[in-house]
Design a protein around this ligand. Structure first.
Ligand code: NAI
Ligand SMILES: O=C(O)C1=N[C@H](C(=O)O)C[C@H](O)C1
Length: 253
């Protein structure tokens, strides 16, 4: 039985994962961390990770970028692996995550779904065909009106996978309102839409002369991310220090 701490346990993802773990005999949430205390859980909840004195094999994190510095310090100090799912981390935080991964196992993924992680691989191949042929690459993401960060972590990860295949030759364009200029062919445009309770949509467009190819992923419920995170936690518990991603979890199945 894998013992997990749920960081951000009283949020939308934390509660979805709490529900999934109740029906799973291989994993148990032994403690939760959240600033908000308005929900009654079957496990003890602490206001901060530093206050948590419950031993665990892994931490699952869906919280807030502001909570991540303390989380990483704790995981290194206690040698507890982390499935890091919070998005909107700063460059500085990402470099701290890199340093921490030398000492403890960290699986960071902006999207825990099988669909998006497969799409990332497909996009590497598509980019190698379409970009040299002069196709423009654009990403449009849509999310609910409660989301704090924009663009989504997933949109950035999709752009990164295409850019990796193209030897990092592309820059990202988030805003076209500040200049009057034609599109730079060496950019990937990334646009964010926020509204209602859209769970998560990502569209990647390759726009050429007289033809457009579109790849689209739609998440219809948060369970798709939660199930992936629970699988990732079971995979990561007991792993040596290092960087892991969802591709490792999918490959191990
Ligand atoms: N990697 C993935 O597949 C996914 C990532 N996410 C990301 O996960 C994060 C959380 O998403 P939701 O659950 O929808 O948000 P939410 O706002 O419903 O939940 C976040 C929870 O974290 C708590 N929190 C805030 N600051 C905290 C702190 N300092 N310490 C402990 N808890 C704190 C809040 O009180 C809240 O209960 C976001 O960054 C989101 O983008 C969301 C869905 C999928
Ligand atoms: O905040 C969300 O809801 C989501 N966030 C992740 C992101 O920023 O990519 C993943 C998913 O799309 C839902």
């Amino acid at each position: 039985m894998v013992r997990a701490i749920m960081n951000g346990c009283n949020g939308k993802m934390g509660q979805t994962i709490t529900g999934i773990c109740k029906d799973d005999k291989e994993i148990e949430i032994v403690a939760g961390i959240d600033l908000y205390d308005g929900i009654k859980n079957d496990y003890p909840v602490f206001k901060s990770i530093d206050a948590c004195d419950v031993e665990a094999d892994v931490i699952i994190d869906f919280s807030n970028a502001k909570a991540v510095d303390a989380l990483i310090e704790y995981s290194v100090a206690k040698n507890v692996p982390v499935v890091l799912c919070t998005t909107g981390l700063s460059e500085e935080q990402l470099s701290e995550v890199d340093k921490a991964a030398r000492k403890v196992a960290i699986l960071r993924s902006a999207n825990m779904s099988l669909g998006i992680n497969t799409l990332m691989e497909l996009l590497k191949k598509a980019a190698l065909v379409f970009a040299p042929a002069g196709f423009d690459m654009e990403i449009v993401e849509k999310h609910h009106n409660q989301k704090l960060d924009a663009p989504s972590g997933t949109a950035l990860a999709l752009a990164d996978s295409m850019n990796e295949a193209l030897d990092q030759a592309y820059s990202y364009k988030y805003d076209r309102t500040k200049e009057r200029a034609k599109r730079d062919p060496h950019e990937i445009g990334i646009s964010a839409v926020r509204g209602g309770n859209i769970v998560g949509e990502h569209e990647v467009l390759f726009c050429g002369q007289d033809e457009v190819i579109e790849f689209k992923h739609t998440a219809y419920s948060k369970a798709v991310f939660a199930k992936g995170a629970v699988e990732a936690a079971k995979f990561l518990a007991g792993k040596p220090a290092g960087h892991y991603d969802m591709a490792d979890v999918i490959a191990a199945k």
